[in-house]
Design a protein around this ligand. Structure first.
Ligand code: BGC
Length: 780
């Protein structure tokens, strides 16, 4: 009896234990509603793994070869691995896989600069949506874009990945993109947060920036994006900022972004950023990618010793799981590897054309003659995007300029095709005697320009109605451009002169296409040519997009998202940028972290390499040129059309601190077209108060207006949007007074204006992120 009672109680115990176990097991399987319980159920070791990424997946046996990383999985708790990939202008993943006959080509969308030049939030949404959709249909979860650092200097190697010199344009285009990505249930990852405006020594350079410039310019772009699109994740940058690494800066990541802005998403570091994993955790940087063993050890030991409080690591893990439960892999999405590439190609062609900026036009465009002679190596070796980690293996093809032009009915002068094919092949042998390297982060050297004899030119003139010369510039991650890259090379200048002189002598015209990654000098040579078209880099359909604009099938409506300065050195920021660093591999040398042991102790810290003083303060881009009346080649916001527009009936009215700005835009020319309406606002006494002359506060893009058609455009501006940052009070302040509301066609061209009384507004914020030294700041 004792025995059987004993046996019965054992059975009961076992049943109770099993029920308890399975109940617990069930409760522990990750769901959106039980994240706290899952965090509690995790071992310390699991938590330390969870905060570290798993990358990079470059080998062939990876689930998604060629992608940047993934997150840690814990099968017993139902936490799946989730996958991320880079995107500069499309999902970066190997297009082919070992042991698999399929291909996995994603779409090569447009460069970010091209997207920003559309000044069209809808275009940004469509591109984001296309990329978000491809991420989902190729089985991944999370895209490492948009890159949205401010364009502070025309030589930054990654400018083409960024949007604008203006925080409002950058922030709103980024928000459109993030909203598009996340509409597909894919996580976006705006980067690189923040003040990562140069590639030279990017892993250790200290950006030294005033609190005001940080708040009004560099943080502002991200603040607008966060508020308008709530990204699920943000990537912290490599650089240091006013002292600590951005990735290890609690004031930046937690005090400002989480506490002031109310953002609740997950931070991920840039790949191998920072030097202290525990400091990153304490700062609120939830995940370190791609994850290192020594980071695991450091976090584990700090957690065991209490240096890293359990609440901190729990909070980091919680935010990671909050991201995980939203992902496609968590939801078990059955992807098909067949996104609608045709539909996406259509988006690329349209957005690519809408991002083209017509800078100059004597009337030669749209092209009337059908016979075209293409000059310049770039005409035959078109650049669809930049280089760098995000720039490889994307896109199945690039539509060439020849293909594009032929598709809309142009005849291409053939002898030049043959001559350039030969020339480029010979240059390739000269530049790469041992063949091109299989992979190079840096953009490969490009062919020198071919020059022509008078006979060859005369024959070309005979055989064509117009000459098109293409100039190319390519740059990318890990190195900045040099000052010399801003200017034409001798061969380019000679070619432009020879072709222009010869064509003009026979009464024919010359068009120059700028297939460029960033602004270049145009002022010194543009009066030799009849039209100047900034095509930027438009992804896989570029040849079609360019042809659509040249032929007039699409009326250009792009506007410059940054100033084209006359000379390098004209912008105040130029003196604090590594423009003339001899060894441009410096960026690469220090890419994976400053090697403290190999760096001579006595090495003097070098300006613009070890630290960069942002002495221009808030006077970045047009804020400088406009406020200090400096001439430019083409101002911010500039762009011509094949038609003309008039602005009428501008009105501004206010209700509860929100200004409604209305203006009628009329197409007064004879071609249908879209128009970008730029709203700048000038504060009263701007000079005395050391504020910019005027600032972009909103913009809109009309629909396609037929000749004679009018559209009423409405834009809103809040009193708080007009605030400047007052360092002494550590507060945002809108000064009371009469403000001028201007509708402009560029930063230098006010079309109509009116004024409105604005009431004072102020908001105190935390007094954080002070530079460690007194900067010699520019003032009006
Ligand atoms: C770049 C990031 C990129 C990461 C992962 C880094 O070198 O700065 O933009 O997302 O690599 O590939």
């Amino acid at each position: 009896m004792r025995k059987s009672i004993h046996q019965i109680s054992l059975v009961i115990l076992a049943v109770v234990a099993m029920c308890g176990y399975s109940l617990r097991m069930k409760a522990q399987q990750l769901k959106a509603e039980n994240i706290d319980e899952v965090v509690k159920a995790m071992t310390l070791e699991e938590k330390c793994h969870m905060v570290l990424g798993r990358g990079m997946h470059f080998n062939d046996e990876a689930k998604f070869p060629g992608t940047a990383g993934s997150t840690f999985s814990i099968a017993r708790l139902g936490v799946p691995e989730t996958y991320c990939a880079d995107s500069q202008q499309g999902l970066r993943m190997n297009a082919t896989r070992a042991w698999d006959h399929n291909d996995y080509y994603p779409t090569d969308f447009v460069a970010s600069m091209t997207l920003a030049s559309t000044w069209d939030r809808e275009a940004a949404f469509k591109v984001g949506q296309g990329i978000g959709n491809e991420v989902r249909e190729f089985g991944l979860d999370w895209i490492l874009s948009p890159a949205m650092n401010l364009i502070r200097n025309p030589l930054c190697g990654r400018n083409h990945e960024y949007y604008s010199e203006d925080p409002y344009l950058s922030g709103t285009i980024a928000a459109g993109y993030v909203n598009g990505v996340q509409s597909e249930g894919t996580a976006a990852c705006p980067k690189h947060f923040v003040a990562n405006n140069q590639e030279t020594n990017r892993n250790n350079n200290v950006s030294q920036v005033s609190q005001r410039a940080l708040r009004e310019i560099y943080l502002k772009a991200f603040e607008i994006m966060v508020k308008e699109s709530n990204p699920w994740t943000i990537m912290t940058s490599y650089n240091k900022l006013n002292g600590p690494y951005a990735v290890q800066n609690h004031d930046l990541l937690t005090t400002i972004v989480r506490n002031e802005w109310g953002w609740k998403g997950m931070y991920v570091s840039d790949w191998n950023a920072g030097d202290d994993a525990v400091a990153a955790m304490l700062a609120g940087n939830d995940m370190l990618q791609p994850g290192q063993d020594k980071q695991y050890q450091a976090i584990l030991e700090a957690a065991q010793s209490g240096k890293l409080p359990m609440e901190v690591i729990d909070a980091n893990v919680k935010r990671i799981l909050e991201y995980v439960v939203k992902t496609h892999n968590f939801k078990g999405y059955k992807y098909n590897n067949e996104p609608d590439l045709k539909a996406h190609a259509k988006v690329v062609r349209e957005v690519g054309a809408d991002g083209i900026v017509l800078l100059k036009n004597s009337g030669v465009l749209p092209l009337v003659g059908k016979r075209v002679a293409l000059f310049g190596c770039t005409s035959y070796d078109w650049i669809s995007g930049g280089s760098g980690f995000g720039g490889t293996s994307v896109g199945h093809y690039t539509v060439s300029l020849i293909e594009g032009m032929r598709s809309v009915g142009y005849e291409i002068y053939k002898p030049l095709i043959a001559a350039y094919t030969q020339h480029i092949a010979a240059e390739e042998k000269r530049l790469f005697p041992n063949g091109r390297p299989a992979f190079s982060l840096m953009p490969p050297a490009r062919a020198d320009e071919k020059q022509f004899t008078a006979d060859e030119l005369n024959a070309a003139i005979e055989g064509s109605d117009v000459a098109i010369i293409s100039l190319g510039r390519k740059s990318g991650e890990a190195a900045d451009r040099s000052e010399s890259d801003f200017y034409l090379k001798d061969g380019e200048a000679q070619l432009i002169k020879a072709v222009s002189d010869a064509y003009h002598a026979k009464g024919k015209q010359v068009v120059v296409l700028l297939d460029i990654c960033s602004p270049i000098d145009v002022a010194s040579w543009q009066n030799q040519v009849d039209a100047l078209v900034c095509t930027w880099q438009g992804g896989q359909e570029s040849g079609f997009s360019v042809a659509d604009v040249l032929s007039g099938k699409v009326n250009p409506s792009g506007k410059l998202p940054m100033t084209f300065q006359i000379k390098y050195g004209d912008a105040y920021a130029d003196k604090n940028f590594p423009a003339n660093v001899d060894d441009k591999t410096l960026g690469a040398m220090f890419m994976w972290g400053y090697d403290k042991d190999n760096t001579p102790k006595e090495r003097q810290l070098q300006a613009n390499i070890d630290f960069t003083n942002y002495e221009e303060d808030i006077y970045v881009g047009y804020r400088y040129f406009d406020s200090f009346s400096k001439p430019v080649a083409y101002p911010f916001g500039f762009g011509l059309s094949y038609t003309t527009f008039a602005y009428e009936n501008l009105s501004v009215s206010e209700t509860d601190g929100v200004f409604t700005v209305k203006v009628d835009v009329k197409n007064t020319g004879n071609k249908a077209g879209r128009n970008v309406v730029e709203l700048f606002v000038a504060a009263p006494n701007s000079k005395q108060l050391n504020k910019p002359e005027k600032e972009l506060r909103n913009y809109a893009k009309t629909s396609l207006l037929k000749p004679g058609q009018t559209e009423t455009v409405i834009m809103l501006v809040k009193t708080e949007d007009l605030a400047s940052f007052n360092e002494k009070a550590s507060a945002w302040k809108t000064d009371a007074g009469v403000y001028t509301f201007m509708i402009c066609s560029s930063a230098n061209q006010i079309e109509v204006q009116t004024s409105a009384k604005v009431k004072a507004w102020t908001k105190k914020v935390n007094n954080v992120m002070k530079p460690k030294l007194k900067l010699n700041l520019l003032k009006r």
